[in-house]
Design a binder for this molecule. Structure first.
Ligand code: HEM
Length: 147
């Protein structure tokens, strides 16, 4: 269907250069919510967002995030098959202190990355297609949070 085609096509551009695009996303996220930096244990209180963003562990996390998105895009026709994995990923994030409401900001940052990466190819249709996919991923991850 059309949304899937738009997602696959736009990810072809961003997925080629995961780290630079992912860095745009997390730079934005820490602008929106600097407190999230503290959740990364290898980040010491004295390090700036720039230092954190370029540390190898953090770079690893950016790659992990981009890889999850990549997996979602390659499983667009069978997203349900990722439910268990995504719930487990949610549990893992609850354990490190992430709150589900942070996903709103993560979503904003994700769209910012899309906008920067796609430049003039970024349309409201593409945006809406990704918002839909992102909501499904967040919903699946949120099932991993126990209250
Ligand atoms: C692991 C923080 C968002 C994917 C982790 C870890 C931390 C963390 C502290 C453990 C240390 C590490 O592996 O680097 C955060 C914060 C987020 C966030 C503060 C934003 C609020 C995301 C998102 C995704 C993601 C949106 C993907 C959709 C992963 C993966 C791991 C991980 C795949 C490794 C899990 C494992 O070891 O099994 N995250 N994360 N993270 N994160 Fe995130």
């Amino acid at each position: 269907e059309r949304n899937k085609a738009m997602i696959r096509e736009s990810w072809e551009r961003l997925g080629k250069d995961k780290l630079p695009h992912g860095t745009v996303m997390f730079t934005r996220l820490f602008e929106l919510d600097p407190a999230l930096l503290q959740l990364f244990q290898y980040n010491t209180s004295s390090s700036s967002p720039q230092e954190c963003l370029s540390s190898p562990e953090f770079t690893e996390h950016i790659n992990k995030v981009m890889q999850v998105i990549d997996t979602a895009v390659t499983h667009l026709d069978e997203l349900d098959s990722l439910n268990e994995y995504l719930a487990g990923l949610g549990r893992r994030h609850q354990a490190v202190g992430v709150k589900t409401n942070s996903f709103t900001m993560v979503g904003e940052s994700f769209l910012y990355m899309l906008e920067c990466g796609l430049e003039t190819a970024y349309t409201s249709e593409i945006r809406d297609a990704w918002v839909q996919l992102y909501s499904l991923v967040v919903e699946a991850m949120s099932r991993g949070w126990s209250s």
